[in-house]
Ligand binder design. Structure first.
Ligand code: HEC
Ligand code: HEC
Ligand code: HEC
Ligand code: HEC
Ligand code: HEC
Length: 310
């Protein structure tokens, strides 16, 4: 009987073994890739919303501020999605017959909220909080991209752990003055476009209530220092020290006939105070300054597991 397996089939067996190996490895690589792919992370996808709401039209076109609709973003972990009432503020008068807006009118008539599909959705085991990020100088655009240019909302970043950690290990590269958190076009300081900042170093109001760290710093993109690094500002004097810059403008304290238990604001004259501005021409300089002023924790603390998994 002739040999059943000749030499060539031996080679074939070996070849198919190698091939299987390659397939297994390739599958592993693919699965790993897949986990990071937009298909899984949903990065860049535009889900079919019940209404094709355009941020581009409402933000860039009409000039609406983010807070007009996402009211709780500065003082809660959630930014929040606006109720139908917010849309009806305008759409009770404009585009009242548009079929596109039928679901809005229906929701208003029935009281059933619009079923928006979530675009960003972290797993439950991850703790996230908007309040701390925006109050420590991380702008919406750093995480959500140029929302003002999005006809339909999509996820700009993966929201994967690596992405969070990338910033937590080096927040300075993303820090901006808190006055700029809603500024979609903020590009950070440069030689041509410097930023000047000053800090009051003051953490309590005259009435003893505390001032958030971020509000002790004020920055500007127009040169406040034509006449040297010190700028005179009008400030109402206060027993506990000086208030926030400009807090006295336009509202010079009036003498108030105090009722019971009410403190009487004294009609003290405004005082001249000098304010020191520091000039920044690069993101790294500004980032370092704000890291200190906003009391940003060390990278090791920010990337420890308990920060996000509690
Ligand atoms: C006129 C109201 C309005 C304004 C102004 C507005 N938004 Fe929205 N936003 C919405 C609505 C409605 C949705 C839900 C529908 C959608 O995802 O497009 C939404 C969704 C979002 C989402 C995605 C939510 C999710 O499902 O994950 C982000 C992020 C967002 N907005 C950011 C912003 C930013 C940043 C600004 C300011 C530049 C802004 N929005 C201004 C109404 C508004
Ligand atoms: C401040 C007023 C205002 C508010 C608030 C507002 N809209 Fe509008 N909306 C407009 C105007 C004005 C237009 C027409 C814009 C255009 O044609 O450029 C418009 C257009 C639209 C359109 C038509 C498509 C488009 O984008 O041009 C849709 C859909 C829409 N709005 C949905 C909503 C929803 C949903 C909400 C609530 C989350 C909302 N709007 C809140 C003023 C508003
Ligand atoms: C540090 C990154 C980061 C910054 C800065 C940030 N967001 Fe978000 N945002 C997220 C993440 C992550 C989610 C998803 C949260 C979840 O699934 O629990 C989200 C969700 C949202 C949502 C969906 C509703 C909600 O509250 O979960 C809206 C709306 C939103 N962001 C608006 C804003 C606006 C407006 C700003 C700026 C004032 C902003 N975000 C700043 C990361 C950020
Ligand atoms: C662009 C930069 C940036 C990105 C991206 C970012 N963070 Fe942060 N995060 C910060 C900064 C800055 C702080 C404030 C640190 C401080 O105050 O010490 C912070 C603080 C936190 C805190 C601490 C809150 C507290 O109350 O202690 C948590 C939790 C957190 N981030 C979760 C996340 C998660 C989850 C993601 C990803 C989905 C994320 N962050 C993405 C910059 C970022
Ligand atoms: C800055 C926030 C942050 C920190 C710090 C952090 N994680 Fe995560 N982690 C996340 C986010 C966001 C996800 C969800 C990823 C996703 O949805 O794909 C995640 C997911 C995970 C998962 C699920 C599997 C995976 O990779 O998707 C594990 C396990 C995990 N983290 C462990 C850890 C450990 C261990 C540490 C400490 C060394 C840590 N994490 C620190 C934000 C963080």
């Amino acid at each position: 009987m002739a040999q059943v397996f000749d030499r060539s089939s031996n080679a074939l067996a070996r070849f198919s073994l190698v091939l299987t190996g390659i397939i297994v490895v390739a599958l592993g690589v693919t699965l790993n890739e897949l986990q990071r792919s937009p298909w899984v992370t949903r990065q860049g996808q535009r889900p079919d919303q019940p209404i094709p709401f355009s941020h581009k039209h409402h933000v860039e076109g009409l000039g609406l501020q983010c807070q007009y609709c996402h009211t709780s973003v500065e003082d809660s972990s959630y930014a929040g999605i606006p109720p139908t009432k917010t849309c009806m503020n305008c759409h009770a008068q404009i585009w009242t017959n548009a079929t596109l807006l039928e679901p809005v009118r229906q929701s208003w008539a029935t009281g059933a909220s619009i079923q928006w599909i979530r675009v960003h959705d972290l797993p439950d085991y991850v703790y996230f909080n908007h309040e701390i990020h925006v109050n420590k100088g991380i702008g919406c655009a750093s995480c959500h991209g140029r929302v003002d240019e999005m006809p339909l909302m999509y996820e700009e970043n993966t929201l994967q752990m690596e992405w969070c950690l990338n910033c937590h290990r080096n927040p300075a590269t993303n820090l901006r003055p808190t006055s700029e958190i809603y500024n979609m076009a903020w590009a950070g300081p440069s030689g041509d476009h410097p930023v000047w900042c000053t800090s009051t170093g003051q953490n309590t109001n005259p009435d003893g209530s505390s001032i958030p760290t971020s509000q002790q710093v004020s920055c500007t993109t127009t040169d406040p220092t034509h006449s040297g690094p010190e700028v005179a500002q009008l400030q109402p004097p206060s027993p506990g020290g000086l208030g926030r810059p400009q807090s006295g403008f336009g509202s010079a304290p009036h003498p108030v006939e105090g009722g019971e238990g009410q403190s009487v604001a004294s009609p003290l004259p405004l005082q001249l105070k000098t304010v020191n501005y520091q000039k920044f021409t690069s993101q790294m300089e500004l980032g370092k300054y704000l890291t200190a002023e906003y009391h940003i924790r060390r990278p090791e603390e920010l990337s420890s597991c308990e920060t996000c998994h509690r």
